[in-house]
Write a protein that binds this ligand. Structure first.
Ligand code: TUI
Length: 314
């Protein structure tokens, strides 16, 4: 049994977070992960506050274990949601795609455990000074909005830059990834793509099928020109966007092209116009199974791998 300090801090059985995937990670998925002993996280994405409040209530009706809310800081509703998590007494807040400094004091005063995603050493140092509970170091193998550095390179640097517990994310979907994350100095992992195959994940069946059929080179990054690089499956939408991006389409038209594309993937499974966010590890997601089984399976797999590594030490 692998227990680490993040388990003690959050009161969870397994050091496994489910990533806050916009439009995807709802109250039902989060509750299933938390009931399985991990940390389920509701994604606020670009949704209005009332949607998030409703999902928190759904999660709380399905579990009495801790749950988290991920606030996407580029959302126009980020301020509203920052207040709602206090109101609804959410145990953990994770943040992504920006700097959460202005909210941290109030969250801490409300006894919320704050765990920002950081994609650089400077952000890790700033968050450490502001007294957050832990950090998520997310490498660019991940799906969705990506930073510059890979998990392999980012995690040890973040571990060196802080005394806080570090959760590794990006490119992790099985016990080998968990073991590797621990070797790099992390004390937990966050997985997104692996949970797309969970029974409780209610994405469109053709989104799930695309993940289960994915191969090694099946993701690509678009959106660099506008400063918001996003990793998704290499579909007609992603190829078309990339062509437009490098073909000189004006910024406003490019933005319009992406508007609503994630919803079309998640809800309609629209192969032509949908943006199917996924991490590079999609190729290793092989089967549909309950979320709780995923949490236990990756940790059970990691154990003998870590033991075997120790055996080489003379
Ligand atoms: O946030 C994510 N992944 C996401 S957010 C998202 S919704 C979206 N849709 C279209 C365009 C952009 C976003 C889909 N996937 N992951 C966490 C993450 N945070 N990765 C990288 C970062 C990050 C980047 C910069 C965190 C902090 C940061 O700081 C910049 C600063 O303000 O200095």
């Amino acid at each position: 049994m692998i227990k680490s300090e993040i388990c003690e801090i959050l009161g969870i059985k397994y050091p496994v977070f489910q990533g806050g995937m916009a439009w995807i990670a709802d109250g039902k998925l989060a509750a299933a992960v938390s009931n399985g002993g991990g940390l389920g996280i509701i994604a606020a994405g670009n949704a209005p506050g009332e949607y998030v409040r409703e999902q928190i209530k759904i999660a709380k009706s399905l579990t009495n274990k801790p749950i988290g809310v991920n606030i996407m800081l580029m959302s126009p509703y980020a301020d509203d949601i920052a207040a709602i998590v206090i109101d609804e007494k959410v145990e953990v807040v994770t943040t992504g795609a920006g700097n959460p400094s202005k909210y941290i004091k109030e969250w801490k005063e409300s006894h919320i455990k704050v765990i920002p995603v950081v994609a650089s050493v400077s952000m890790a140092k700033l968050m450490t000074r502001l007294g957050v509970s832990a950090l998520i170091a997310e490498g660019g193998e991940s799906g969705g909005h990506v930073g510059e550095l890979t998990t392999m390179v980012l995690v040890p640097q973040i571990c060196d830059a802080t005394d806080l517990p570090v959760i590794a994310a990006g490119g992790i979907a099985d016990g080998r990834g968990v073991a590797a994350a621990f070797m790099l100095g992390a004390c937990g992992v966050q997985m997104g793509t692996r949970f797309l195959s969970a029974n409780e994940c209610t994405i469109h069946p053709s989104y799930k099928e695309k993940i289960l059929k994915a191969t090694d080179l099946c993701t690509m990054v678009t959106g660099k020109r506008l400063g918001h690089p996003v990793r998704s499956l290499r579909t007609p939408f992603a190829r078309g966007y990339s062509k437009a991006e490098y073909g000189g389409m004006p910024d406003e038209e490019l933005e319009a092209l992406a508007t609503g594309a994630l919803r079309l993937a998640v809800q309609e499974g629209d192969n032509e116009k949908g943006c199917f966010l996924a991490g590079q590890i999609a190729a290793m997601v092989k089967k549909e199974q309950p979320a709780a089984e995923i949490v236990k399976e990756v940790m059970d797999e990691a154990e003998p791998i870590l033991m075997r590594a120790a055996q080489w030490v003379k």
